[in-house]
Design a protein around this ligand. Structure first.
Ligand code: ZN
Length: 279
């Protein structure tokens, strides 16, 4: 899935590559996908998009926005490859959605898992779509005080551990952190020395501070390195952020203490952790 480090990287690259280009056409690729959500019929995308010019690209947590004057394309909760193709480049064999520009360049999106690519009329909202709920790390609003309030407001704090809170989206809770997914959260919890199963009421103030710091520093590092090594950027290049806790490091020594990294199943997904360092 595209998480905040990848969304930030791709939006930055789109901003440098696509601004000023005019969309010539929109269409489906050669593949269909059950979990690809568009908010309008295809005909409306095909009717509205041609002639629109890219004015900027931006991101919010793990969402990517391609701003097209008074319209916007919005990749929300999406996973997959969003790729740029220079004029004359061959398009990938498999993709789900494609946009051609008048200069012959193109953008394709190949969905993995699930995701939405919505076309919005910007006259209906301000800088970000109305449905975007939550606070992204590294934003001025994401202070330690704010983080404390969010933790205190977590409605499921008695039944789900801290991992559930970190990956929750606006569909699940009213006040989520925007941008984290199951991948980067493993490293955040390792850096914070907290088990994914820790119940939020049991997390002491100094641990909250450690967790807040780990969110900020881990996300900043992954953005600095162009996203995670198991995801690609706008040019199909892998990110340089190598995850500490994932399937590849399972069973290898913890970088801190040498204990074998363990895999556990928790909240519908795999977690990788150091049983010695993370409590
Ligand atoms: Zn360890």
């Amino acid at each position: 899935m595209i998480e905040m480090p990848e969304a930030t990287t791709i939006a930055k690259q789109m901003n440098a590559e696509l601004v000023g280009k005019t969309i010539a056409s929109f269409g489906r690729g050669n593949k269909t996908h059950k979990f690809l959500w568009l908010n309008r019929p295809d005909e409306e995308y095909a009717a509205i998009l041609p002639g629109l010019r890219v004015t900027s690209a931006s991101s919010f947590g793990r969402s990517i926005y391609l701003n097209l004057g008074d319209h916007m394309l919005w990749w929300s909760d999406a996973g997959g490859k969003l790729l740029y193709h220079a004029p004359g480049d061959k398009l990938p064999k498999n993709y789900h959605l494609g946009w051609e520009f008048t200069d012959g360049s193109a953008l394709t999106f190949a969905l993995q898992m699930w995701g939405g690519v919505k076309l919005l009329d910007k006259s209906e909202f301000g800088e970000i779509p109305n449905e975007e709920i939550g606070t992204p790390p590294l934003s001025p609003e994401f202070t330690l005080e704010r983080f404390d309030e969010m933790l205190d407001a977590y409605p499921e704090k008695t039944s789900k551990g801290i991992k559930g809170f970190l990956v929750a989206t606006g569909y699940a809770i009213p006040d989520p952190i925007h941008g984290l997914g199951n991948a980067i959260v493993q490293d955040i919890l390792f850096n914070a020395k907290l088990s994914p199963k820790r119940k939020t009421p049991d997390i002491a103030p100094e641990e909250r501070q450690r967790l807040y710091d780990a969110i900020q520093s881990t996300i900043a590092e992954a953005i600095e390195l162009g996203g995670r090594y198991d995801e690609v950027d706008l040019y199909g290049q892998k990110g340089r952020y190598v995850r500490l806790m994932d399937s590849k490091t399972n069973g290898t020594p913890c970088p801190n203490c040498g204990t074998d990294i363990q895999k556990i199943s928790y909240l519908g997904g795999a977690c990788y952790l150091c049983p010695q360092c993370q409590n």
